[in-house]
Each structure stands twice: as C-alpha cells, then as structure tokens.
Design a protein around this ligand. Structure first.
Ligand code: ADP
Ligand code: MG
Length: 584
C-alpha cells in the first residue's frame, strides 16, 4: 500500500473506542467485576491487621479467619467471572473489526486493489485484528481497572500511614519517567513487526498463486529466501518489542522492590520511635505488595497499547482505500429486460495519474441486439473498454452511456446486474462447478443450469466427472483445462441472463469443434442480447454484425469485415496474418 493512499488517521485511541463502543456495557460489566475482585483483595490487609491485633491482645481469631476465607473465595469467583466477560467482549471487538474490514475490502474499487497486495490486506484482516483482543482487555480494561485499583490502594495506604505513602510514591514516579522513555520503542518495533507479517502474506499469496510457474522456473530457493526474510524481519522486530516490553515490566518490578525495601527501612524506624505500631507497618507492606499488580497492569496497558495502536493504524489504512462510488441520489429504475444500447463518447482514460493514457478519446456506438467485435493489436485498449463498461474504473473525460444514460446515473449494482462479463483469463473460483456457475445468479433453477451447461458444451465434462456439477475444481479452477475454464466462465455469464454480454477473448482456448458450437450459441444469444466480443479468430470476427478496429487507444475504423478489408490497412493486415494464423 503506497503512502499516497493513506490519509492521516485519527489517533489510535479514538479508533479503538470506535470498535469498543458497541460493547461498552459488557466491557463495563467485566471491568466492574474485576474492580470488585481488586476491592475484595484490598480488604485483606485490613483483616490481617485485625488478626495480628487480636493475636497480640490474646483474642480469638476465628472471626478474622472466617472473614479472610470469605474474601478469598469471593475474590476467586468474581475474578473468574470478570475475566470471562472481558475475554468474551474482547473477542466480540475482534469480530466487529473483522466484519468491518472484510465487508469493506469486498467493496474496494479496483483501483485500490491494483495498488495493494492482496496478501497484505489479508494479514490486516486476520492478524492485525487479532491484536485488538489484547488491546481491549489489557489496555483499555487494564488501564481502567488497574488505574482505579492503584488509586484505591494508594488511598488505603494514605489512610494507613501518609508518611510511608510519600516514600512509596517517590519511587513510583521515578519508575514512570523511565517507562515514558521506553514506550515509543515498543510502538515502532510493533509496527514494523506487523508490516513484516503483511509482507509475508503478500509473498505467500504471490508464490501460492503461481506455484506451478515458481516450480517450473526453479525459483523455489529464491522465493524461499524472500519468505524467510519477511518471517525473520517480523521475528527481529517482535523480539525488539519484547525486549523493551520486558524492560518496562522489570523496571516496574524493580521499582516495587525498591519501594518495599525503603518502606521496610523507614517504617521500621517509625515503629522503633513509636510513631506507628507493628500492625500498621505489616498492613502497609502488604499494600506495597498489592501495588505490584495494578502497577504491572497499568504498565502492561501502556505497552500493549503500543502494539495495538500499530495494528489499529494498519487496519485504518485499509479502511481509507477508495471504495466503490456511491450510487446517485436518484438512481434510474432497474434496467428492464430489453437488450442494451451502448456508446463511448470521446473517452479519455489512464489507470493512474502517473501512467500514460490508455484511451485517447475513444468514440463508438453499439445499438441494442447483435454482435460487435473489437479487434486490434494487444495493448490497444480493448479490455479497458470492458473495464469501463463495468465501472471498475471511470473515464477521466468523455462519457460512457447505457441506453442513452451515463453509467453514473445507474445504481452500480443494477448496472452490473445487467451485464454478463467473461474476463480475458476466464477466472474460475475454487469450489464446485455448480458454485462457479451460480456465482452471478444463485437463484437460477436446475433446468436452467442444465440448459446452459448444454449450450456451452460442458455436458460431456459434467457427465464424466465423479460428482458431476458438485465436483471441486481446485484453486482457480486448476483441475480444469483452459478451454473448460472458458466454457465455465461463459456459462456463468449466460446464467445471469444479461442484457449486455461482454466476451473478452472468451473462446481463444477452445478447439475448433467447441469454438464453432460456442459461436452458434453466442449468435443465438445475440438475437436477444447486445454482445460485445474481443476476438482474434477470423471466424468469430466475420460472424459479427460490426467490427470496431482499435489501435493505441483510438478507434481507427468501424465496419463489416467486407468493408474493412478494403478500407482499413491495419484491419487488412490483421485479417491476413493474425486472424488467419489463429484460425488455422
Ligand atoms: P488490450 O486488451 O487491447 O490488449 P488493455 O486494455 O488490456 O489492452 O491494455 C491497454 C494498456 O493498458 C496496456 O498498455 C496495459 O499495459 C495497460 N493496463 C492494462 N491494465 C492496467 C492496469 N490495471 N494498470 C495499469 N495499466 C494497465
Ligand atoms: Mg485484452
């Protein structure tokens, strides 16, 4: 993800509160239970003081012992309940973030996907969101309950002996200063560790997406080094974060030991002078001991927050990537069943501001019904025409109209619902054949699926497969041949009953027999649908009602095969060489 995509994000704590807000009551309940736990524990030194007083005055200690036992049991029960409620809430926060992110990523603009690494985005959904769990419990709750417990403990200490409290606080403040210096290191290392996990996700996706090519190129060792380097970088940075976190934790621990010894010394002197009695000193020492937990909690909260804010920043970066354009305020009613007319009017387009123009004023019009073929050298901008029709991108200037209305006037989902698009490389998703066919119209009934399977000549394949339509096709349809994948993609598009069918070199990998059959099918479809095909085969091109010849981002000529062979030298050359070669 390039820095240019990233708008300054709100501070991490605001983001965190945003995710936590829906669960605030559960979180408050969990925190309250934890506080009660701490409160129960806080009473123990007072009971202990009573016990010691009883002992030294030769009184029975049964009452004090019973009170102590009750406190200990209450403490354990409340503690267990509180930690369950908190964990559960933290998991809900993670769930919320994962839902938000996955919904958002499915609705990203293609431009955002062009510029990001899918593996890195995946890491943001899976790994970074996980870190929110600890931030919620350890940071937010830790800071709340730890802070309150700390205050309560300090208050109790002041109640027991203000002088000893002053001694303790002096030590604690010193430790706080040290801690402040350590914290930024944890933040930096955590961010780098999470970024490295993202890099690793991206490398993994790259390798697993093309494992055959990697193996055939003998590139395993090199790719392995890339993967290991990312894993090691994450390790290095996590270790660095661990080092600083350990330093912070131990600085706090050390401070408490120092406080303990100092209180022992000063308190001992005060007992000797008779300023306080021994029970008071014991109670105070117990409080110093009790200070340990909330201080560790607050330190843990602060250090954990550093890791969490790095993750929150990464999540937020994914959430500010450009999303699909909003629908117009008053969208046109859903397109009817009539075939669509389409026109490009002086369309200029480039994929990014720093890239050259791909369309330099493309103009053509296609009436409803019939087949229009797009021909031209590779790189001419034919696939880009289809991308603009689907509104994966919008033109920089000029207009694309469907039935005379600019594409932006239609609600995006309705516009796309009117179109069946078979992409150039005929993508097939992992899952079953049936899932692939029904992707665009899950409600299509069995008879219709059967008919489309027949017209795209997939019936022989389906009959041959052990589980028929329910056979799994492998990652990206690797268990199918190229021609089979193309026919699956065509069948999928036809099942949508489109008003506008876009076929981008959709039959390039079919054998002659299948190609002829599919040509007949498409010709049949074109009687009631507007069909646009990008084709290299002469047989397909000559069957078209009109041909648009594109070259270097412009429309050179429009006409029939017969007209163009004489009128357009480029077309004549393509017809003589490329088409014939491909058709042969
Ligand atoms: P054709 O389908 O006629 O072969 P395309 O429309 O696919 O041509 O591509 C036209 C030009 O746009 C090519 O030079 C190609 O490199 C460039 N291009 C295509 N897709 C992208 C993209 N997503 N980002 C940047 N450039 C692209
Ligand atoms: Mg193309």
């Amino acid at each position: 993800m390039s820095p240019a995509d990233v708008r300054p994000a709100p501070p991490a704590w605001r983001l965190l509160l945003g995710y936590v807000k829906p669960h605030r009551w559960a979180l408050a309940a969990g925190a309250f239970l934890s506080l009660l736990t701490g409160g129960a524990a806080l009473l123990l030194p007072l009971v202990a003081k009573g016990l010691i007083d009883d002992l030294s005055r030769d009184r029975a200690i049964t009452g004090a012992l019973l009170a102590m036992s009750a406190l200990v049991v209450a403490n354990a029960l409340l503690g267990a309940l509180g930690s369950y409620v908190l964990r559960r809430t933290a998991e809900s926060v993670v769930l919320g973030a994962r839902r938000t992110l996955s919904s958002y990523l499915l609705r990203l603009r293609i431009t955002a996907v062009d510029r990001s690494e899918p593996g890195d985005l995946m890491a943001r959904i899976t790994s970074d969101t996980t870190l929110l769990r600890e931030v919620t419990t350890d940071s937010l709750v830790g800071l709340g309950t730890g802070g309150l417990t700390l205050l309560a403990t300090v208050a109790m200490m002041g109640f027991v002996d203000p002088v000893l409290l002053g001694v303790t606080l002096a030590v604690v403040v010193g430790a706080g200063v040290v801690l402040g210096a350590i914290v930024p290191h944890i933040n930096r290392a955590s961010r780098r560790a999470q970024d490295a996990v993202g890099v690793m996700g991206a490398s993994l996706e790259r390798v697993l997406g093309a494992l055959r090519t990697v193996k055939a190129s003998g590139a395993e060792d090199r790719e392995e080094r890339t993967l290991h380097a990312a894993a090691e970088e994450s390790w290095r940075q996590s270790v660095r974060a661990a080092k600083w976190t350990a330093a912070a934790g131990n600085a706090a621990g050390l401070a408490m030991q120092v406080a303990f010894i100092t209180v022992l010394a000063v308190g001992g002197a005060r007992v000797a002078t008779g300023a306080i009695d021994i029970g008071t000193l014991v109670a105070f020492l117990l409080y110093v001991f009790y200070l340990m937990a909330p201080i560790q909690q607050v330190v843990g909260a602060v250090t954990q927050y550093q890791t969490g804010s790095a993750a929150l920043a990464r999540i937020q970066e994914a959430l500010v990537l450009p999303a699909e354009p909003p629908s117009p305020a008053a969208p046109l009613p859903g397109p009817g069943a009539e075939p669509a007319a389409l026109a490009f009017e002086d369309v200029r387009f480039r994929y990014a501001d720093d890239l050259p123009y791909v369309h330099h004023g493309v103009t053509f019009a296609v009436p409803a019904r019939g087949m229009t073929a797009f021909v031209g050298p590779s790189g001419a901008g034919k696939t880009t025409v289809f991308s603009l029709i689907e509104r994966f991108y919008d033109p920089e200037s000029g207009t694309v109209t469907l039935d005379g209305r600019p594409l932006g006037d239609w609600e995006l989902a309705r516009l796309r619902a009117a179109i069946g698009y078979v992409e150039q490389d005929a993508p097939v998703l992992s899952g079953s054949l049936r899932e692939n066919l029904l992707l665009g119209r899950p409600e299509a009934d069995g008879a219709e699926v059967e008919r489309v399977v027949r017209t795209t000549r997939l019936d022989a394949l389906v009959a041959r497969l052990p589980q028929g339509l329910d056979t799994l096709v492998g990652h990206r349809g690797t268990k199918l041949s190229g021609g089979e994948r193309q026919r699956v993609a065509i069948a999928r598009a036809l099942l949508r009953r489109p008003r506008l069918l876009l076929l981008d070199e959709a039959t390039s990998q079919l054998d002659a027999v299948n190609e002829a059959a599919l040509r007949d099918t498409v010709a049949e479809v074109a009687r009631e649908t507007t069909v646009l095909v990008v084709a290299h085969r002469l047989s397909t091109v000559t069957a078209a009602d009109r041909i648009v010849v594109m070259d270097a981002g412009r429309v050179r000529a429009v006409g029939t095969h017969r007209e163009l062979v004489t009128a357009d030298p480029l077309y004549a050359e393509l017809a003589a060489t490329q088409f014939l070669a491909a058709a042969g």
